[in-house]
Design a protein around this ligand. Structure first.
Ligand SMILES: [Zn+2]
Length: 270
């Protein structure tokens, strides 16, 4: 018997259809609830609550205080210790049976480790939340667009006290299913160079996002020009500089709402 049928049997037992609510016809599975393959009695996922998740976990021998929230940053979090776990779970995850079924193993492991089911469920939630946000609009690059010209404008506006680095396009690795892209990179040289990912070279990409990537790399240039011993690349000082980019919040919001399109788009080479 799979853990899935265990979960749904358990919920069905605890949450019989309410009187007055849309009642399902007497199901044959009621007399043989352990028969695999009878999925039509699955209760709607919306019936799951903090209490029902906690009770499901107790039935698995895990004592967990469950709190449902709508915090996107930490959609799923576990605190405490064996016997006194505290689970924080995003409300939308209660509609994801695969995730709920994976919780006992994940909690038993202390919430650590790589649990593919959990990782996939969180990725699905992320995609769903992004799709539900209003699209962030920003002026597109359009055509023609001149990287060298834009870069020297950004350099002159905010980094004019530093010698200008060279600028160019990096190579696209042509891996179609990349999950992460480094949009920009800084090479201390000499000569110092900033490289931009060719995927950003598309007319629909927001100017503000490209500008933000170049600004970020120029902050690395400032670090290289004004070195501090043993400084980490994204140090406090670096973050302060980066935060002075006037359209920082818009650039980040635009990236968030266009990340999926950026990942799947074809490279435009010139
Ligand atoms: Zn960086």
């Amino acid at each position: 018997m799979s853990s899935g049928s265990r979960l749904w049997d358990w919920i069905a037992q605890r949450n019989p259809p309410r009187t007055g609510a849309r009642r399902e016809p007497p199901a044959t599975t009621r007399t043989s609830p352990r028969t695999p393959g009878h999925n039509h009695r699955k209760p709607s996922a919306a019936k799951l609550s903090a209490e029902s998740v906690a009770a499901f976990l107790v039935a698995q021998g895990l004592h967990v205080a469950v709190r449902v929230h709508r915090n996107r940053t930490i959609a799923l979090g576990l605190r405490g210790r064996t016997g006194a776990w505290r689970l924080g779970i995003h409300a939308a995850l209660l509609e994801d049976p695969a995730l709920i079924e994976a919780l006992p193993a994940w909690i038993t492991a202390g919430g650590g480790g790589r649990h593919p089911v959990i990782i996939q469920a969180l990725a699905r939630l992320d995609a769903r939340l992004i799709a539900s946000l209003p699209p962030v609009e920003a002026e597109p690059l359009g055509r023609p667009w001149d990287l060298a010209k834009e870069f020297s404008r950004i350099h002159a506006t905010w980094f004019g006290d530093l010698p200008p680095p060279e600028v160019g396009w990096s190579r696209d690795s042509h891996r179609s299913r990349q999950r992460h892209i480094r949009f920009g990179s800084y090479h201390r040289g000499p000569p110092a160079r900033v490289l931009l990912h060719p995927r950003l070279n598309q007319p629909w990409v927001a100017k503000v996002f490209v500008e933000h990537v170049l600004y970020h790399e120029l902050c690395h240039h400032r670090q290289a020009c004004q070195p501090v011993r043993r400084e980490k690349p994204h140090s406090q000082r670096f973050k302060q500089w980066e935060g002075t980019y006037p359209h920082y919040a818009l650039a980040i919001a635009w990236e968030r709402s266009h990340r999926h399109r950026l990942m799947r788009s074809e490279t435009v080479s010139e």
